[in-house]
Design a protein around this ligand. Structure first.
Ligand SMILES: [Zn+2]
Length: 174
């Protein structure tokens, strides 16, 4: 495994549309392993192909659905990941406005409206299709990462950025 460099703001790669994955081979597995390591190292929640310079329809996300209600991590908790290859969002429900960040835009926290629930379909690294229903942080992450595959980022989605708010506006928010 190896750490990959995370593409940063200003790189035109982040605005390009990705092509589907056609080969579910060792190279793909290696890429996914590297993306996991890179995501863990950066302490992020999700990471998409273009963010490591790969213009393919791939993203990964942390899977915390097995955490207890209070979000408290058991001592021996092992981080789990979900891998989405050639993903497709099938349906969405509701809407939540929340701040979200992106490893490609450090220090930027955009207020983004996202669906509360998402149903998606994708393939795993072996080429097996699966469907997932997600809500909360995972639903938000799936939408955010799926955007990356279409060249869309929080710069396009955010209605405003926390850092741009005046102090009195922040107080109003709270
Ligand atoms: Zn992102």
């Amino acid at each position: 495994m190896a750490l990959r460099t995370i593409v940063q703001d200003g790189d035109p790669i982040l605005k390009k549309k990705c092509r589907p994955v056609t080969a579910f081979d060792d190279r793909l597995a290696q890429l996914l392993d590297d993306m996991r390591e890179t995501l863990a190292d950066a302490n992020g929640y999700g990471l998409a192909g273009p963010q490591v310079g790969v213009m393919r329809r791939i993203f990964i996300s942390i899977d915390e659905r097995d955490l207890p209600e209070d979000g408290e991590r058991p001592e021996d908790y092992e981080t789990k990941y979900l891998e989405f290859i050639n993903p497709e969002i099938l349906s969405t429900e509701g809407e939540i406005m929340q701040y979200e960040g992106c490893l490609s835009f450090p220090g930027r926290n955009g207020a983004v409206r996202r669906p509360a629930k998402v149903k998606a379909r994708a393939f795993d690294r072996n080429g097996n299709p699966f469907e997932i229903e997600a809500e909360g942080m995972l639903a938000r992450c799936i939408c955010h990462e799926n955007d990356h595959l279409n060249g869309v980022t929080i710069l396009d989605r955010a209605e405003y950025f926390y850092e741009d708010l005046e102090e009195d506006e922040i107080e109003e928010e709270e």
